[in-house]
Design a protein around this ligand. Sequence first.
Ligand code: 8YV
Length: 313
Amino acid sequence: MKPEILLLEAMMPELEAKLDAAYIVHRPDSAPDKAAFIAALGPAVRGIVTGGGIGVSNAIADALPKLEIIAINGVGTDAVDLSRAKAHGVRVTNTPDVLTDDVADLGMALMLAASRQIPAGDRFVRDGRWAARESLPLAHKVTGKKLGILGMGRIGRAIGKRAEGFGMQIAYTDIRAFDDLPYRHVANLPDLARDSDILIVAASGGAQSRGIVNREVMDALGTHGILVNVARGSVVDEPALVAALQAGTLGGAGLDVFADEPNVPRELLAMGHVVLQPHRASATVETRLAMGELVLANLAAHFAGESLATPVV
Ligand code: 8YV
């Protein structure tokens, strides 16, 4: 008998085909009443596959008394209650490393897009304003600027490597300094922001980082400062961000993640100095395939009683 699993977020068709070959896959997205659909499955379900952003609510976990494993198709574990999983003997896996380069690449892309105002330039050409000999305000240089990185895990480090190529002056904050890094450690986030032209958020989400990019940090980054977030919306105080961008006390932003996805504050949609992405940092064919293969490997190992490829719990 194939194990039964619940697929909470769609994967690439070739990966879903592999899931279907090995498991009985239940897809609540196609059900009119998701909660009722999951409740009806009850003890049949032994595994969940989900995304890093959506995770698994405790209501869903509570409805599945025979749940054995949650395989996250992402690196972030903040949307899964790890203590609950531990207490219930539920294994949790994620997909580290394989998405590091893509997330760092998008961080750089958002920094460049916001600083060089690439979306505004694109609109300017498309709207015929270039042809009409209108002028577009000058943008801001990136090479040589001061970059602050919040969170020096795998992704923060990959951003640092790329920023070296842009001749940037790199500093970071994390809970501790890392001796193996050539960058300046700044213990305090507002101090880092004060001394940065661009601040890239690469810290994990969760209780420890909730709202730490607050008004004080944005004020410190200042009127010409740019905030880039490729981590989690929860790390940034979003109402404070909207207010700072509206008031012009913060220069601009490049955002891939938001507090209540897929809902983006209406005010941001109207702002020309903000570049928006729909939580897409790992969304390349190559990386989503590698992530999916890791999800499949973790599930296969679990159901074969072998050790997991990338366990979290
Ligand atoms: C993905 C993510 O978009 O890795 C994460 O934690 O949030 C992203 O890579 C997501 O997991 C896919 O849904």
